[in-house]
Design a protein around this ligand. Structure first.
Ligand code: PMP
Length: 435
């Protein structure tokens, strides 16, 4: 039974991960946006495997691609040997890559997780430049392995990295927000690098999320991203774009860097590229191809089922214009969420790009009198909103530095009616929190 499964799981499984406790459901079936629990209840899933399920659960083209591999008796795992399945995946992926990367890119399979690919990217730019420090950004999230943590914001070690200010409208470190705040951040980054007394060692590269996801859904302005590209190019620094979460149409362009017309030197890709199965790669400019044989290894780089599911997903998104669909639907949802915000004083901000949406909750009563910035974040209210959403059959994610940002990451296959259902349930949940 559902209760038995939940009880056994919470006995044996460490509390390091919290989903299982925050979402006490036992999914047994899923299709598209919908998950069905062992108790027969149905939920609209806007967590989407933390953004992995571009086509939703068990999309027919993904299932068919997996079945085709199984039925063909192709090997399921052969390390990094060449196979027709891998060939099809790489061909499809390269069709989508921006600018020079499509023509002069190289690919390295890194393992199952986004953090594996982040490690490979960091190692690659360090090898290519012979330098160590990598520039990262405040609020960044790149994964949970040591190197990835070092360029993420939650890191305790700042040995190898400098955190530059990431542009934020709502809690702009310069108190101005918008393009102006972003421009101040860019100028600060430039002056750090230009000032020999800043103590910043000559870096090996820069790593950036075009939209910060775990950090609380902060889209970087296109002009700022172009400036980071210009800055890194002028200094001969490789620019790494972490598109683990933003990739494959999620933000309304196939890759989020496409909005700004920026072509990074390295792209870190995972989540949706595996069509819901574990897969992570880096793609990088051939000039950076400094690996010698054996320089980078890892057993699980050859998951044929993930490559097949991934190729089917990439092709489906491209052929059906799902990035454009995410852009239009995302804009509609963003404005609907903004009008909901006018009804609740404790919604501080609504933001996002495409189908990567965030609602930041604040405590207006705790605002210090006379202080100019936004009120403090309210994590307790975010937990309450998530609980009320779950009661109404809607699964949402929490994020942001204070876990006070309610995040929606629905699949790109979301229909207009489903979007309406998600918004209705969300509106009801917000009203319930007020009561
Ligand atoms: N980079 C980004 C931008 C991410 O959002 C994540 C995961 N949320 C990662 C890296 C790490 O991926 P994984 O959890 O698969 O290691």
């Amino acid at each position: 039974t559902q209760e038995g499964v939940l009880r056994r799981q919470s006995l044996r499984e460490s509390a390091a991960r919290t989903y299982a406790r925050a979402l006490p459901i036992v999914p047994v079936r899923a299709r598209g946006l919908t998950i069905e629990g062992a108790d027969g209840r149905r939920y609209l899933d806007c967590l989407s495997g933390a953004g992995t399920l571009a086509l939703g659960h068990n999309h027919p083209v993904v299932l068919q691609a997996i079945r085709d591999v199984l039925d063909s008796e192709a090997p399921l795992h052969v390390l990094d040997l060449a196979t027709p399945v891998k060939d099809a995946f790489v061909t499809e992926l390269f069709r989508t890559l921006p600018g020079e990367l499509a023509a002069r890119g190289r690919i390295q399979f890194c393992g199952p997780a986004g953090t594996d690919a982040v490690e490979a990217a960091l190692k690659l730019v360090r090898r290519a430049t012979g330098r160590q420090a990598v520039l990262g950004f405040t609020g960044a999230y790149h994964g949970m392995t040591a190197g990835a943590l070092d360029v993420s914001s939650a890191a305790t070690s700042v040995r190898d990295t400098l955190r530059l200010p990431y542009p934020q409208d709502y809690r702009c470190p310069f108190g101005v927000g918008g393009e102006e705040g972003a421009a101040l951040g860019a100028r600060l980054a430039e002056s750090y690098l230009d000032d020999p007394k800043s103590g910043v060692p000559e870096p090996a590269g820069m790593i950036v999320e075009p939209v910060q996801g775990e950090g609380g859904v902060h889209p970087a302005p296109d002009a700022w991203l172009r400036r980071m590209r210009a800055l890194t190019r002028a200094r001969g620094l490789p620019l790494i774009a972490d598109e683990v979460q933003t990739g494959v149409g999620r933000t309304g362009a196939f890759w989020a860097v496409d909005h700004a017309g920026v072509v990074p030197d390295v792209m870190v890709l995972s989540k949706a590229i595996g069509g819901s199965l574990p897969l992570a790669v880096i793609v990088y400019h051939e000039d950076l191809d400094v690996w010698e044989p054996g320089a980078h290894a890892g057993t699980f780089r050859g998951n044929q089922l993930a490559m097949a599911a991934g190729a089917a997903t990439l092709a489906h998104v491209r052929e059906n214009g799902l990035a454009e669909r995410a852009r239009l639907l995302g804009a509609r949802m963003l404005s609907a969420l903004r009008s909901l915000a006018t009804r609740h004083a404790w919604i501080g901000d609504v933001r996002g790009r495409g189908l990567m949406l965030g609602v930041e909750l604040v405590d207006p009563e705790a605002a210090r009198p006379g202080s100019a910035g936004p009120p403090p974040a309210d994590a307790a209210r975010a937990v309450a909103v998530r609980r009320e959403c779950l009661r109404r059959g809607l699964i949402v994610e929490l994020g942001g530095r204070h876990s006070a940002v309610v995040r929606l990451l629905p699949p790109l296959t979301l229909t207009d009616d489903q979007a309406t259902a998600v918004l209705d349930r969300f509106a009801d949940a917000l009203d319930a929190v007020d009561r």
